[in-house]
Design a protein around this ligand. Structure first.
Ligand SMILES: Cc1cc2nc3c(=O)[nH]c(=O)nc-3n(C[C@H](O)[C@H](O)[C@H](O)COP(=O)(O)OP(=O)(O)OC[C@H]3O[C@@H](n4cnc5c(N)ncnc54)[C@H](O)[C@@H]3O)c2cc1C
Length: 435
């Protein structure tokens, strides 16, 4: 691992990386009697040292797609080829290469549906078939096995062990089980954090423990197509679409695809931003979601949209702040899907939610957590409010909310939903007038 990867690693995903590499080293030893080496430092220097010492003639790797990794890998390739090393790179991270899928004008797609309509059949034509690795030539080396250590100082990650088992073996088992038991109900269950029946495969995908190609191959071979399956596949498609944006857009992490938003009047408010991060906004669905992120290193997709909309619209805090915070806290932090997700929520991305669609956290709770089961899992103290409608809006039961506030168990809302909504809409009108 060199600086390019290290710089984009958040604290939570460092935990996953550590555990995933430990598993990989163990599994390669057990299965193939191969001593894998994990090296940290400048990629070129490390490779050149090994090439010289072991007279290596060929180097292969899987491709990555951010501008920084492309730059690093192209330069590596050029330098190694000058030393007569054969360099080959492959794709296992995506179904299709971003440059393979173009619209009729030869440009990349900016709208998801036509993109996926072209991209999915294009992948199927490749006739990809998952093969388990059966044998690896034993490699003899006399390198000292160095200890690698990527874990952050603060040990909040210890509880992740309760929720996750990193590693390829578990990724494969998880997807097989998901296909067998849950995928047929994906369309109706996918939006319900209380039911919690999405596949939770995202951190495994992020770390290359499973390829989307394997997932699609398994789905195609083991299911009969129905609406749920098509919906699940299209979510894999959103991941692909995000990579197209990462590859083609000008700096997805920092620059809005819709340039109008460069002039948006964002608010700097550290106090409110901290309240959002800590799950102390006074809106139970937002707070429970942020507590889930802290507890599990993961958040349900519906909740990512709700907390995102709340941050960028009700608080009008820049999406960069949310994107960075997610980078640090998500085990599945992905350099394509995270900025694309934030740009989508903010209304400035490709095929994004229109800015004026401002999620109302109360209506979202009613629709997607109708018995407040999810909220109560993370905020059990709100049971005191008794009725579900009060759990969604604690201020409707002011005497009990006062008690909760007095005992430091909950807080009053940090913004007025309708006032903040109108301010957001005004700010949006302003950028439209500036053009
Ligand atoms: C603001 C925001 C930030 C996000 N940040 C990330 C991120 O850093 N990493 C990440 O992997 N996903 C991100 N997503 C997308 C999505 O929330 C997660 O992929 C999903 O919640 C992962 O859970 P799952 O594996 O159970 O998903 P499932 O519903 O089981 O879907 C299966 C797979 O499809 C892909 N997928 C599903 N929904 C999306 C989507 N909307 N966009 C892109 N791919 C999708 C993922 O690879 C996911 O693992 C973000 C979404 C938003 C709105």
């Amino acid at each position: 691992m060199d600086d390019v990867e290290k710089n984009s690693l958040g604290k939570a995903s460092s935990w996953w990386l550590q555990k995933s590499l430990e598993k990989l080293v163990q599994e390669y030893k057990k299965k193939f009697n191969v001593d894998l080496l994990v090296c940290e430092g400048d990629a070129l220097k490390i490779l050149e040292r090994f090439i010289k010492k072991y007279q290596i003639k060929e180097v292969i790797w899987n491709r990555l797609y951010s501008k920084q990794t492309i730059q690093r890998d192209s330069s590596l390739k050029k330098k190694l080829e000058l030393e007569n090393i054969i360099v080959s790179s492959f794709n296992s991270h995506l179904l299709n290469e971003p440059w393979e899928i173009k619209n009729n004008s030869g440009e990349f797609f900016k709208v998801f549906t036509p993109y996926w309509r072209k991209s999915y059949p294009f992948f199927l034509e490749k006739n990809y078939s998952y093969q388990e690795i059966k044998k690896i030539l034993p490699i003899k080396h006399d390198e000292k096995k160095e200890q690698f250590y990527f874990l952050p100082n603060k040990k909040w990650y210890e509880k992740f062990e309760q929720y996750w088992i990193p590693g390829e073996k578990n990724a494969l088992q998880k997807i097989d089980q998901y296909i067998e038991q849950n995928i047929n109900h994906y369309k109706i269950n996918r939006d319900r954090p209380d039911i919690d029946q999405t596949s939770r495969i995202s951190p495994h995908l992020k770390f290359g423990e499973i390829s989307p190609r394997v997932i699609v191959d398994k789905i195609v071979k083991n299911t009969v197509t129905n609406e749920s399956i098509l919906t699940y596949l299209s979510e894999i498609g959103w991941r692909e679409f995000s990579y197209t944006l990462l590859y083609y857009a000008d700096d997805l992490k920092y620059k809005p695809i819709n340039k109008k938003f460069e002039k948006f009047n964002w608010v700097k408010n550290k106090i409110q931003f901290n309240s959002w991060k800590k799950g102390e906004t006074g809106f139970p669905i937002v707070d429970a979601a942020m507590l889930q992120l802290y507890e599990e290193g993961w958040m349900h997709n519906r909740l990512r949209m709700i907390v995102g909309s709340f941050l960028v619209k009700n608080l009008r805090i820049h999406w960069h702040e949310g994107e960075n915070y997610f980078q640090d806290c998500l085990l599945d932090y992905d350099e394509a899907s995270n900025p694309a997700g934030w740009q989508w929520v903010s209304g400035c991305g490709a095929d994004a939610a229109p800015y004026f669609r401002i999620f109302n956290p109360i209506l979202q709770s009613e629709r997607f957590d109708p018995q407040a089961k999810f909220i109560l899992k993370f905020l059990p103290q709100l049971k005191l409010l008794e009725k579900v409608k009060f759990i969604f809006q604690p201020w409707l039961n002011q005497p009990v909310l006062n008690e909760l506030i007095k005992s430091n168990k909950y807080i009053s809302p940090i913004v007025d939903l309708s006032v903040s909504r109108n301010k957001a809409l005004d700010a949006f009108k302003e950028i439209n007038q500036k053009i």
